[in-house]
Design a protein around this ligand. Sequence first.
Ligand SMILES: [Zn+2]
Length: 285
Amino acid sequence: MILEYHKVDYPEQRWTRTPENFRRDLETLYARGYRLISFADLLDRKVKTPAGTTPIVLTFDDSSPGQFRYVEERGSVAIDPKSAVGILDAFTHEHPDFGRAATFFVLPGASKPNRLFNQPEFEGRKLQYLVSQGYEIGNHTLWHANLGKYDEATVRTQIAQAQEWIQRHVPDYRIRTLALPHGVYPKNIEWALRGSVKGVSYSHDAILMVAGGPAPSPFSKTFDPMHLPRIQAVDQDLGYWLRYFEQNPQERFVSDGDPTTLTVPAKRADGIRREAIGSLKVVER
Ligand SMILES: [Zn+2]
């Protein structure tokens, strides 16, 4: 599952998870044997979670203030413990074996309050913090442009400028993923995949949709990094899929605990994408 969060704030709504409910999601996932992996590890098929656990990816769209906020108290600055980053940091500190990973699909050129988490004085500090702590930054276009509505030049400029504006704060950071605003593809997917505008070159390894259910295993023939589905992390959708995998354990990806082997049920071995195996040892059981 690639989970998709938007606002972390009050009150709970279709596009808003309260801080308490976000914290509860982490507790639920942890208790049910899910462990965080980075987007890079998903794309590179490096599943390093312990045997018996299921990897899961967290994503946050639109860089709204509740995702990452600094608060000033008596002259010093700290991460707001009620913002998503504060909650995640605290949870992974308490449960180091949960892993620490999330990808933030930010909007560097949006109007308030979605422009890079809405604290202009801390924009750079936040992006640098995310990268330094192993979190990831993804492209979500400059200001949430519906890419299906624009010509090639505008689509490419939206993507290249977003990257350029992010890299002003984290110069050498390579952005590997693009989340489509509204889930809408441009008329030609190539425009979103790679290109160059005024000296800024971008190249994405994955394109994310806004819905679609659980993503297939990255070893599966059905894994399509250009059309990665996500699950909106609200009670109804997350609850549905958690129940689904409880009731259909054979559908759930379970780590064998050994990153050098790929363990697959013998009757499903046909579903493995041969090119995905690389140097892994395949174990059928
Ligand atoms: Zn969005």
